[in-house]
Design a binder for this molecule. Structure first.
Ligand code: NAP
Length: 264
C-alpha cells in the first residue's frame, strides 16, 4: 500500500502530516506522492478539493481519506484528536470504499476545440462586472435565456457548498445527478428564468451558450483562463471519486453537524 499525504499549510495540519509520515515509516508503509493508492488529506474540505484536483488524472486507482483539523467535514471522516485511531484503521486497510458522483465539464472554444474537466464540488460560471447573458439548453432543447450574475452546477457532495448558498437543495450523494442553481438572476416582465434550482439526471446534459465574453469559469478551486468560449456542457461523469471508508458517517449527520447542531 502506497500513501500520499496532502495537507494545507496551517501549523496544526503540518504537524499532523509530519506525525503521519513518521507513523507510516515506522510501520513500513511506503510514502509515494506520485503514484499513491491512498491520498490522506489533512486540513478541511477545501484541502480535500485540492488533493482531488492534484490527483484527478489518477482518481480511478486512488482512494481519498480526509482528516479535518476543525469540525467534521463532508469529505473528512476523522478529526485531529483521532490521529491514533486513524493510523490504526489505515494500517488495517482492506480496500473498503465508498464512491460519489462527479461533474464533467466540457468547455468548447469558438475554434471548436473541446476540453474536459472534472469537479468534485461544482463548476461556476460567473460574470463579475455587468450581466452574464447565456442561453441554457435542457434535453437538447432551448430552455431559457439566463441574465444575471451566473450559474453553478453542483455534484451531490458539492450541494452543501456554493449550491446551498444559491438556495439549492441538499442532494444525497447516492443520487447520480447534478444540480443547476442561479446566482442573482434578473427576473421581471422582460427577462425570465425558471428562478429555482433544477436537478438533472445521469445521461442528460445542461448546455450553456454564453452571449457575453467577460465571464469566469471556475471548477472547485480552479479557474479556466481565457475567453473565446462558445459552449459549456455539464453532465454526471462516468468516473466517480472513491473514499477509503474505515467508518461510516451518515450523510444527514454531516449535514446536521455542519448546519444545525454539534453531533453529541
Ligand atoms: P474557501 O472560500 O476558503 O472556503 C469555502 C468553505 O466551503 C469552507 O468552509 C469549506 O470547508 C467549505 N466547503 C468546501 N466544500 C464543501 C462541501 N462540499 N460542503 C460544504 N462545505 C464545503 O474555499 P475552499 O476551502 O477552497 O473551497 C472551495 C469551495 O468553496 C468551492 O468549491 C465552493 O463550493 C465554495 N464556495 C462557496 C461560496 C459561497 O458559499 N458563496 C463562494 C465561493 C466558494 P472547510 O472549512 O472544511 O475547508
Amino acid at each position: 500500500m502506497k500513501i500520499a499525504i496532502f495537507n494545507n499549510q496551517a501549523e496544526q495540519s503540518v504537524n499532523i502530516a509530519n506525525n503521519l509520515v513518521l507513523a507510516m515509516k515506522k510501520n513500513n508503509v511506503i510514502i509515494d506522492n506520485s503514484n499513491p493508492d491512498i491520498v490522506v488529506s489533512v486540513g478541511g474540505d477545501g484541502t480535500l478539493l485540492g488533493a482531488f484536483q492534484k490527483y484527478v488524472d489518477q482518481i480511478e486507482n486512488i482512494r481519498f481519506v480526509g482528516l479535518h483539523t476543525g469540525h467534521l467535514g463532508f469529505y473528512t471522516d476523522w478529526l485531529s484528536d483521532e490521529v491514533n485511531q486513524f493510523v490504526d484503521s489505515l494500517l488495517h486497510d482492506n480496500g473498503q470504499k465508498v464512491s460519489y458522483p462527479l461533474l464533467e465539464l466540457t468547455v468548447v472554444r469558438t475554434s471548436g476545440e473541446a476540453y474536459k474537466f472534472l469537479a468534485l464540488n461544482e463548476a461556476v460560471i460567473k460574470q463579475p462586472i455587468g450581466t452574464l447573458v447565456a442561453d441554457i439548453y435542457l434535453g437538447g432543447q432551448p430552455f431559457e435565456r439566463f441574465r444575471g450574475d451566473g450559474i453553478a452546477v453542483a455534484t451531490p457532495t458539492g450541494s452543501t457548498a456554493y449550491n446551498k448558498a444559491n438556495g439549492g437543495a441538499v442532494l444525497h450523494p447516492s443520487l447520480p445527478a447534478i444540480q443547476m442553481s442561479e446566482i442573482a438572476s434578473i427576473n421581471n416582465r422582460v427577462f425570465r428564468t425558471l428562478g429555482s434550482p433544477l436537478i438533472v439526471p445521469q445521461d442528460q446534459e445542461i448546455i450553456m451558450r454564453p452571449k457575453s465574453n467577460h465571464f469566469l469559469v471556475m471548477y472547485d478551486q480552479e479557474e479556466i483562463k481565457g475567453q473565446n468560449i462558445a459552449e459549456l456542457r455539464f453532465k454526471v461523469s462516468q468516473k466517480r471519486v472513491h473514499f477509503a471508508q474505515y467508518r461510516h458517517v451518515d450523510f444527514w449527520r454531516r449535514v446536521q453537524n455542519a448546519f444545525i447542531s454539534e453531533i453529541e
